[in-house]
Design a protein around this ligand. Structure first.
Ligand code: SF4
Length: 370
């Protein structure tokens, strides 16, 4: 992958200048969507065409979501042939689509190198949400998560993340007659372990030339990487932040999420305080209550305390057991106890029932089983 990238980046600047590198370039076509609009303008200038062709091609790629050069009908055939000679469009392909009884759709998405990730469309009465993946597999090892069983193969490129959203937007229009309203980065992978590409994808999703979605409709969910949370604050991102918290007690959280040894609750708390000071944007804590894991009064008290550090809201999420059934959803009594304790302290709390259970599309179930 590194080799491929090295060739591509270099080739971008040597078209027509260096016969050796040019040969390399011709032998390994570059994904055209790695190029900025200005790169495309320069490409056309170098091949003796008009620079504005770069704008036209850019519009086909990002606004019109073209899958092939043939679709670019306002570009001459000769120019399209030139493009096909130098470039490829590594568009994702929805290999398999499963529809749940509740309207949820799960996609098995094939990437250019035949790896597969999953994305999900979740419709409710008021919104349609895309849950997208950011990595193939995951390098973290949360014990309760099906994705953790797949080894991390690679990060997704910005265009592969963008394509998942564009494909779900099409499905939303087709099956629910409305545009996609929200995006959550809660699919496969830890988005902050693929920071640069996630940020680039969000830039495209929110740009007028992309899907023109508001960043306020986008939530990046992390398991808690302090230095990246601070970087997001420094980068003044405009989207929302969610933390998969699941326990506010180190000894309990480390059992479920072993990387908590390295990124302790104290360091996450410090990063979140930094985030809030800089962005003034409240954080959502995602929290599953498991039977005999985090369903005691001590757990509830620890969460209430943690919630007081910065403005936040809590989503209590229904859990969907994965094959071995080691983790089980706590009973309703435990959930109610959490809810009441939080409400008593005026902390906003929502109970989120899972969707798409019958097709293994619910939270924590994405594992390329389809
Ligand atoms: S919960 Fe998220 S961070 Fe943890 S293993 Fe699963 S995909 Fe990775």
């Amino acid at each position: 992958m590194l080799f491929y990238t090295t060739i591509c980046i270099r080739a971008k600047f040597v078209i027509g200048l260096h016969p050796v590198n040019k040969t390399l370039f011709l032998n390994s076509k570059q994904d055209i969507r790695e190029l900025s609009k200005e790169d495309l303008r320069q490409f056309f200038k170098k091949i003796g065409d008009k620079e504005f062709r770069g704008n036209q091609v850019y519009e086909w790629l990002w606004t019109k979501n073209a899958h092939s050069f043939e679709e670019m009908t306002n570009i001459s055939l000769a120019t399209r042939e030139q493009l096909a000679k130098y470039f490829t469009i590594n568009h994702i392909k929805v290999d398999k689509m499963q529809r749940s009884n509740d309207g949820t759709i799960k996609n098995a998405v094939r990437l250019y190198d035949d790896l597969i990730v999953e994305s999900v469309l979740i419709p409710t009465e008021t919104r349609t949400t895309a849950c997208v993946s950011s990595q193939v597999g995951c390098s973290l090892n949360c014990n309760f998560c099906a994705t953790a069983r797949l080894k991390r193969m690679r990060n997704l490129n910005p265009d592969e993340i963008f394509d998942q959203v564009a494909a779900i937007n099409q499905q939303s229009l087709l099956y629910h007659q409305r545009k996609l309203s929200n995006i959550v980065f809660m699919g496969m992978g830890e988005p902050l372990m693929n920071y640069e590409n996630v940020i680039k994808a969000i830039e495209k999703i929110t740009s007028e030339e992309g899907l023109a979605m508001s960043p306020k409709r986008i939530t990046v969910s992390t398991s808690g990487i302090p230095e990246k949370i601070k970087k997001m604050a420094d980068d003044e991102v405009k989207f929302n932040l969610a933390l998969s918290l699941h326990s506010a007690r180190d000894e309990v959280r480390t059992k479920m999420m072993p990387f908590n040894r390295k990124w302790s609750l104290a360091s996450i708390r410090e990063a979140l305080e930094y985030w809030y000071r800089k962005t003034k944007s409240r954080v959502t804590y995602e929290y599953v209550v498991w039977k005999d894991v985090n369903d005691t009064q001590k757990d509830i008290d620890a969460l209430v305390k943690f919630c007081k550090y910065i403005p936040c809201k809590v989503n209590l999420i229904e859990y969907n057991p994965i094959d071995d059934g080691e983790y089980q959803q706590a009973d309703d009594q435990a959930l109610t106890a959490y809810q009441q304790a939080l409400e008593q302290e005026r902390i906003t709390v929502n109970v989120r029932r899972s969707r798409g259970k019958d097709i293994d599309a619910a939270c924590g179930q994405l594992a390329n089983k389809s």
